[in-house]
Design a protein around this ligand. Structure first.
Ligand SMILES: NC(=O)c1ccc[n+]([C@@H]2O[C@H](COP(=O)([O-])OP(=O)(O)OC[C@H]3O[C@@H](n4cnc5c(N)ncnc54)[C@H](O)[C@@H]3O)[C@@H](O)[C@H]2O)c1
Ligand SMILES: [Zn+2]
Ligand SMILES: [Zn+2]
Length: 362
């Protein structure tokens, strides 16, 4: 097989790629496949910057292959559909999240959990079934099988809606699955970044009482007044942790860096559930005493299936939930990554691909 990214497929494409673990992104010519009979092609309008993009371009999980075009919160407008496509038509507003293929035959795919398929193809830096590598949404056009296309409701904006395709579903899915979507439940959200701030919005929409757990006291006023959280807890404040001990039904842990599990499980009621969605690059320490007394559950959750992603987006549209975003041009992306590493973003960077990418083409 032709290994050159530029000529591997018939359709020329352009994006920004990282070339090595410095994570610096720069213009990159590559190629995409033609629109197959089950495929949808769309012009990318916006792409969110997930912390996973940052972990990946810097090879923090040790699995990166370069050149790597990140981006899995991708929205745009359909430009071409294959002959068998029924879901959408040219001109429709659509999105693609973290997955672009799965086996579609295993028990997990059959149960709409493509995200737990043993043969998933992630949207970037993943081997596709034809042996080529996937490239993400910091690029001009996307092409994907219609099953992996999410339809955008009319009132859901393509910019502030984009982060829901990863951040949104990643927190919505565990709230539902672990029974934390019940009115009156006390939920904590640990880490108030891209995932965390939408977790607060979904938990409030489910009728929960919400505590934000953050390292930064500076975020308190905004969490309470703007995001609608009920309480705010500074994770380093032992007195506050003590006062909140044993009060929570569930915690969605979105923290991207190594941190203490035991100080979080201590906040749970007996039978409470701590659900990890953040993916720090180093192992977390788990003393048995964190979960055995009180029969607590420590669980994980990874994005969501396609049916649930559509359900999440429709729910968000109905409840006016979008991400709080800072829209940036593509040539700001390296600065945005530095700021994201420091937690300096309210709360998601979204790249204006549609209006800024083409001008950077060499
Ligand atoms: N499981 C999944 O399906 C999934 C999906 C998307 C992202 N992720 C992972 O989730 C994590 C968060 O992603 P994001 O895009 O929201 O990142 P983000 O950088 O926007 O948010 C992370 C937040 O955690 C805060 N934080 C760091 N250390 C903390 C501590 N000790 N206590 C409290 N807060 C702390 C940061 O200040 C930041 O606000 C990343 O590791 C990412 O890779 C997982
Ligand atoms: Zn993501
Ligand atoms: Zn499968």
């Amino acid at each position: 097989m032709d290994k050159s990214p530029e000529t591997r497929h018939p359709v020329p494409a352009f994006g920004w790629a990282a070339r090595d673990p410095s994570g610096q992104l720069s213009p990159f010519n590559f190629s995409r496949r033609e629109t197959g009979e089950d495929d949808v092609r769309f012009k990318v309008s916006y792409c969110g910057i997930c912390h996973t993009d940052l972990h990946c371009i810097k090879n923090e999980w040790g699995s990166a292959n370069y050149p790597l075009i990140p981006g899995h919160e991708i929205t745009g407008v359909v430009t071409e559909v294959g002959s068998k496509v029924k879901k959408v038509k040219v001109g429709d507003k659509v999105g693609v999240g973290c997955l672009v293929r799965s086996c579609r035959t295993c028990e997990h795919c059959a149960n709409d959990y493509e995200n737990y398929c043993p043969k998933p193809v992630f949207t970037y830096d993943a081997p596709d079934y034809d042996g080529t590598v996937t490239y993400g949404g910091y690029s001009d056009y996307m092409v994907a099988n219609e099953h992996f296309i999410i339809k955008f409701p009319d009132n859901m904006p393509l910019d502030a809606g984009a982060p829901l395709l990863c951040a949104g579903i990643t927190v919505y899915s565990p709230l539902k699955y672990f029974g934390l979507d019940v009115p009156g439940t006390h939920i904590a959200v640990a880490g108030l970044g891209g995932l965390g701030h939408v977790a607060v919005k979904f938990a409030k929409a489910f009728g929960a009482k919400v505590t934000v757990i953050s390292t930064s006291p500076k975020k308190k006023q905004e969490a309470l007044e703007h995001l609608g959280a009920d309480y705010f807890l500074v994770s380093s404040d032992q007195d506050q942790l003590k006062a909140a001990k044993g009060t929570m039904d569930g915690i969605i842990d979105t923290i991207s860096a190594p941190h203490s599990i035991v100080s979080l499980t201590g906040l749970l009621k007996p039978h409470g559930k701590l659900v990890l969605v953040g993916l720090p690059e180093k192992p977390l320490e788990l003393p048995a005493f964190a979960v055995v007394p009180g029969r607590k559950t420590l669980a994980g959750s990874n994005i969501g299936g396609l049916k649930e992603t559509q359900e999440m987006l429709d729910f968000a549209a109905k409840h006016n939930i979008t991400s709080d975003i800072e829209v940036i041009p593509i040539d700001y992306v390296n600065t945005a990554m530095e700021r994201l590493a420091k937690g300096d973003v309210r709360y998601r960077f979204v790249i204006d691909i549609g209006n800024t990418l083409a001008a950077t083409k060499p």
